[in-house]
Design a protein around this ligand. Structure first.
Ligand code: SF4
Length: 336
């Protein structure tokens, strides 16, 4: 692609900014342009439930980490546009090494993925050579390459139960999900001390106060949340599990303890019900917990990354080959 002066300047600042900072002509119909380009390039747009509503609405598929991995594994598209955070784009690239994978903003990281630093994790692994290593999908490609099986919150219980009882397990990087799984499965796993800043930001005192004001509301929570919050939840599950729960449950009101972007899908699936985001410690603009990494993605950046096929996700070839096996094991176990 031949770039004009503004585009070339934006490309030179890509790493520093995380995205191509190119002004969009005023009046451009971004939605129509995304639709045109997606068709022209045989591109697929995959979006996580934690993206903003406008991005979810334009995606070909919206889902949780398991659903998104399954879609990435089966896509026939030539270009994968991943509206999510960096480790999700990496997972799509690991599954499709010959395809181009782009994300709207390279700086859309994840506190949980960052909590497992590869050298420290290698040492931890080497100190327990007899352990089976199960890692939550929210980790870097390097950590995946050091793992035996990947899991998501939707299949974690099944994955843990698939390991023979005489095999000790390391579970990483999310300690809250790990503790929850120890309770659910009765397996005494060795946990890595990682956590998600969003799910640890929920304020239990504010949540209980909110529940007093809405006594008939059910509290539903993602297992990345802290134990004291999970103890008061009426339902605990993955993002897809939470959406299915509110669709099929008889209550009319819910306090939702996960990233607030999920409310968009909940309102689509159950428009007659009301959803209140669980409050966080910080008094932010929405009085809820939003993932600052997920919010780096915007419609403008989505359009630009589709148009210019940049920023692209790259994964070292040796790491890609090693990381593919534990992801494939997860997809295989999830089928049964
Ligand atoms: S919500 Fe938490 S786990 Fe999900 S991307 Fe943001 S920081 Fe990572």
């Amino acid at each position: 692609m031949v770039l004009n002066e503004i585009e070339a300047k934006a490309a030179s600042k890509l790493i520093q900014k995380g995205y191509l900072d190119i002004p969009i002509p005023s009046g451009l119909d971004v939605v129509a342009e995304i639709n045109r380009l997606r068709k022209e390039k045989n591109a697929v747009i995959l979006a996580h439930y934690y993206q903003t509503g406008d991005i979810q609405d334009i995606a070909d598929y919206v889902g949780d980490s398991l659903g998104l991995s399954q879609q990435a594994a089966s896509t026939t598209a030539d270009l994968i546009v991943f509206a999510g955070v960096h480790f999700m784009g990496e997972t799509a690239k690991i599954l499709n090494p010959s395809k181009k994978v782009v994300i709207p903003d390279l700086k859309a990281g994840c506190s949980l993925a960052e909590s497992a630093e590869p050298n420290a994790f290698r040492a931890f692994r080497e100190a327990h050579p007899d352990h089976v290593v199960i890692t939550y999908i929210n980790c870097s490609a390097e950590i995946k390459a050091m793992s035996d099986i990947i899991c998501t919150s939707a299949n974690a219980e099944k994955i843990v139960n698939s390991v023979p009882l005489d095999k000790p397990i390391i579970f990483a990087p999310d300690k809250n999900l790990g503790r929850y799984l120890i309770k659910k499965t009765g397996r005494d796993m060795l946990l890595w001390e990682g956590a998600c800043i969003v799910h640890e930001a929920f304020a239990i005192d504010k949540l209980l106060e909110l529940h007093k004001q809405h006594p008939t509301a059910k509290i539903i929570a993602h297992p990345e949340s802290e134990d004291h919050l999970l103890k008061v939840a009426h339902y605990i599950g993955s993002t897809t599990g939470m959406i299915n729960f509110v669709k099929n449950d008889s209550s009319q009101e819910y306090i939702v303890a996960t990233e607030a972007g999920i409310l968009h899908q909940m309102l689509k699936e159950a428009p007659q019900k009301s959803f209140i985001p669980a409050p966080s410690h910080e008094d932010n603009t929405c009085a809820c917990s939003e993932c600052a990494f997920m919010r780096l993605n915007t419609m403008q950046k989505l359009y630009l990354c589709l148009r210019y096929e940049s920023p692209e996700i790259h994964v070292d070839e040796a790491i890609q080959r090693k990381a593919l096996l534990p992801i494939q094991r997860m997809l295989e176990i999830s089928k049964s």
